[in-house]
Write a protein of this length. Structure first.
Length: 189
């Protein structure tokens, strides 16, 4: 089976049966031999990859700029499944980023301008003042997408599908690219 097809089957199962946000995944980045993990949301599934959006000036954006190798892990406890993906990130087209940005609620669009993501701020009031500033600035205009706010597509080179089993005898199925073809192997739990 093509791992993208299997991903879609499990993702749709999670969409129906997982009471929490089925799009949430742990994103792993590496910089200076340090590993960082945080939760982000999957926004677009493409034929060859998975897209999330971020501020490229944030820590994760800086990590991505330094090292394009990324990992993602979905865990849906309610359906006893996990998918781990390793791949290389790339910036999506401006059109894709613009289209997605324009589909967001206006408050979220303003928020992209307000937050200097990952930077230290003096107080929460500081954010509220910045929000008022940008609300006023874009009052009679459509909010433009900031240049630093982009989509990143992770193009997989490895998938691992994990399904919980009895007595820790979990099913683990790995797919990896070899000569541009997906190869499959079964892993011991």
């Amino acid at each position: 089976m093509n791992p993208f097809k299997k991903f879609n089957l499990w993702f749709n199962l999670a969409k129906k049966n997982h009471p929490f946000d089925h799009t949430a995944f742990a994103l792993g980045t590496t910089i200076n031999k340090e590993v960082y993990v945080r939760m982000v949301l999957l926004k677009i599934i493409m034929e060859d990859g998975f897209v999330f959006f971020t501020n490229l000036k944030s820590k994760k954006g800086q990590h991505f700029n330094a090292n394009k190798n990324l990992s993602m892990c979905f865990y849906w406890e309610s359906i006893h499944k996990q998918i781990r993906i390793v791949g290389k990130g790339s910036i999506v087209s401006k059109k894709i980023s613009d289209d997605y940005f324009n589909s967001r609620p206006r408050g979220s669009q303003i928020g992209a301008w307000v937050s200097k993501q990952s930077s230290e701020i003096p107080s929460f009031d500081y954010l509220k003042k910045r929000e008022m500033h940008f609300e006023k600035k874009f009052k009679d205009y459509q909010v433009p997408r900031p240049d630093y706010w982009e989509g990143i597509k992770i193009k997989p080179r490895e998938f691992e599908f994990w399904q919980q089993g009895d007595y820790r005898l979990h099913k683990r199925e790995a797919y990896y690219l070899k000569n541009n073809n997906w190869k499959r192997k079964i892993l011991s739990p």
